[in-house]
Design a protein around this ligand. Structure first.
Ligand code: UDP
Length: 237
């Protein structure tokens, strides 16, 4: 089957892993996302993943209560490692070879990130899960996703969200919000559309990487979009 993109970086937010819970990881949801990744790989698409940590911790939570932002961000980055291990577990259970590469060295737990290692693992057919964000405070895992997409030479950055694309306003609170099928990176930035942070969109624009925004909760949607169907907003220049 023909696919639209051969090499894809998938961003999964921590919130996505939370499912209906208020905190943490719903293993059933992690398992389902793992199955979507397996099915997309079966189409011949090379997939790597950047995972967020918001279901466990966000740095601003510390900063907003008078604590040190950098420490808060360290806690957030550690949260992404927990999520990465959960997703690897879900992939391994269904026979998908996956590896976690962390931007922060913790050799007893997982390999450290380097572009060389990431490309080698991907070439060996593994799903590479990037943990630890960019490894720096004051960044987000969306920015990490754009960065790793550029480093991997990805043809597209798939951003799995709670809804089926980009809207002019949050459709959960504004039922009359306009939904877009296509946008340019400039339009996303100029209109201040809250889909990814500015750093992430700017990095994708600079490297001419399309961003495909879709619902991570629609089972099978990842593969449908890869084969030309499904619902998404495509951001490209
Ligand atoms: N974080 C960071 N640097 C990075 C990526 C993440 O400091 O490069 C921290 C930051 O505190 C952030 C938390 O990790 O709030 C979790 O990441 P994020 O909020 O992007 O997760 P998501 O919203 O995707 O669940």
């Amino acid at each position: 089957m023909t696919v639209r993109f051969r090499r894809v970086l998938l961003k999964v937010s921590g919130e996505a892993l939370m499912g209906g819970q208020g905190f943490g990881i719903d293993v059933a949801v992690a398992d389902r996302i793992a199955m979507d990744i397996r099915d997309a790989r079966a189409l011949g698409v090379e997939i790597s993943v950047v995972i967020g940590g918001g279901n466990i911790f966000r740095g601003v939570a510390v900063a907003s209560k008078g604590g040190d932002r950098v420490t808060g961000d360290h806690m957030g980055m550690l949260a992404t490692v927990i999520n990465a291990l959960a997703l690897r577990t879900s992939l391994t259970k269904i026979g998908v070879d996956a590896i976690v590469l962390s931007a922060i060295a913790m050799p007893e737990i997982c390999e450290s990130f380097s572009q060389r290692a990431a490309l080698a693992h991907a070439a060996a057919g593994r799903v590479v899960i990037f943990a630890g964000g960019t490894g720096n405070p004051f960044f987000t895992t969306d920015s990490a996703a754009a960065l790793r997409a550029a480093e991997m030479g990805a043809n597209a950055l798939f951003k799995g969200t709670q809804v089926d694309g980009i809207y002019s306003a949050d459709p959960k609170h504004h039922p009359d919000a306009e939904r877009y099928d296509t946008l340019t990176h400039d339009e996303v930035l100029n209109r201040g559309l809250a889909v990814m942070d500015v750093t992430a969109v700017a990095l994708a624009r600079e490297n001419r990487i399309p961003i495909v925004v879709f619902s991570i909760h629609e089972e099978g949607e990842f593969s449908r979009i890869l084969t030309g169907g499904g619902r998404s907003t495509i951001v490209s220049d």
